[in-house]
Design a protein around this ligand. Structure first.
Ligand code: NAD
Ligand code: AKB
Length: 319
């Protein structure tokens, strides 16, 4: 019987992944944790306040709940990381090494840890960025993700552990709000389209970035975690491709449902980060090894985002 611990579970990804993991393993087999308390009673089952820098606290939880798998999501994302690089490094790196060390000590069966397209810096090929290529990230977030990937690979090689990872593109979902990334604009734009009919974009209108709708990202995560270990050839983190688009293109997609919607552009420090990242990703290793296939395109995602956010807005108006 599996018992799953999720760290950083109140974030954009955790909010969605918890629901699917609870569906698979049962509500009482998923231990939901974050450094913060939930604002609303989001989740059924066990919620714990847990700081990933608190190694003894983590150890106690792992042992008390006889945890068998860990999804380690706690992190500081790219835009926030540039504001406090020292804190971002500590949370992203010390948090990961705490999880890997405790997993080694107690024999956790599988660890999931997300990486990011941020591992690629300005020297990497921009289009269809390959799985294995020059990386040289120039953000503290990207540097922590490259180091984290190598750390995971080290624990796999040295201790025979089963650690799995995906390099997510920017994730777009309607359940959780994003937590300080460069790609957050692609979530905020939908909220603002419905709220105000206009949006001020912090990126340039032509800033093309790899993105993915949340249901695809959650499915990719679960498919990777369920894949036969012997099929996995990438020990660091798998490239994962969804949709690549610019702020101008997502605006046009939204205008198909909300014709009066307008975006204006006031690029800030996030544009420099975006400019250092790929335009699109080659994920053939994921497609070959565990048969990954994306489902949503830009207009498909836009339709779903608008219809779910409209329902949410109506519910708020009724309250
Ligand atoms: P998020 O910022 O929305 O959530 C991160 C969560 O971690 C927050 O709820 C925060 O409270 C928690 N946290 C921060 N410090 C903590 C600590 N010391 N101890 C415990 N919890 C702590 O991020 P997300 O979008 O949910 O991302 C989850 C993971 O996926 C991260 O590793 C991120 O790098 C990766 N990722 C996300 C995206 C994306 O577009 N959202 C893309 C690529 C990779
Ligand atoms: C960010 O923008 O920091 C994240 C990511 C792509 O890792 N969304």
């Amino acid at each position: 019987m599996e018992r799953i611990l999720i760290t950083g579970a109140l974030g954009q990804l955790g909010t969605e992944l918890v629901i699917e993991l609870q569906n698979i393993y049962g509500v009482n087999h998923v231990i939901v944790s974050d450094i913060h308390q939930p604002l609303h009673n989001h989740f059924d089952g066990v919620f714990l306040t847990l700081d990933v820098l608190d190694k003894p606290g983590l150890k106690e939880v792992i042992s008390k709940y006889r945890v068998t798998q860990i999804y380690h999501l706690a992190a500081i994302l790219s835009a926030n990381a540039e504001k406090t690089p020292d804190l971002a490094w500590r949370i992203n790196m010390d948090g990961l090494i705490n999880i890997l060390e405790l997993s080694r000590e107690v024999g956790i069966k599988k660890v999931y840890w997300p990486s990011s397209i941020a591992v690629f810096g300005p020297d990497a090929p921009k289009d269809q960025t390959p799985q294995h290529t020059i990386m040289n990230p120039n953000t503290i977030y990207g540097i922590s993700k490259v180091a984290g990937e190598n750390l995971c690979s080290y624990y796999i090689e040295r201790y025979g552990m089963d650690v799995r990872s995906l390099r997510y593109p920017g994730l777009i979902g309607h359940r959780g709000l994003p937590g300080g990334g460069t790609t957050d604009y692609a979530v905020e734009i939908y909220h603002e389209a419905l709220r105000n009919g206009k949006f001020t974009c912090p990126l340039d209108k032509h800033a093309r970035l790899p993105m993915m709708f949340m249901p695809d990202a959650v499915r990719a995560t679960l498919e990777l975690m369920e894949a036969e270990r012997s099929a996995l050839t990438v020990r660091t983190s798998y490239n994962l491709a969804g949709i690549s688009f610019t702020p101008e293109e997502i605006t046009k997609s939204i205008q198909k449902s909300i014709p009066y919607f307008q975006t204006d552009y006031q690029p800030d420090f996030r544009q420099k980060i975006a400019a250092s990242w790929p335009n699109s990703i080659d994920d053939s290793a994921a497609r070959n090894d565990w048969k990954w296939k994306v489902a949503y395109d830009l207009d498909g995602m836009t339709k779903e985002m608008i219809s779910h956010l409209k329902v949410k807005k109506q519910a708020i108006n009724v309250c």
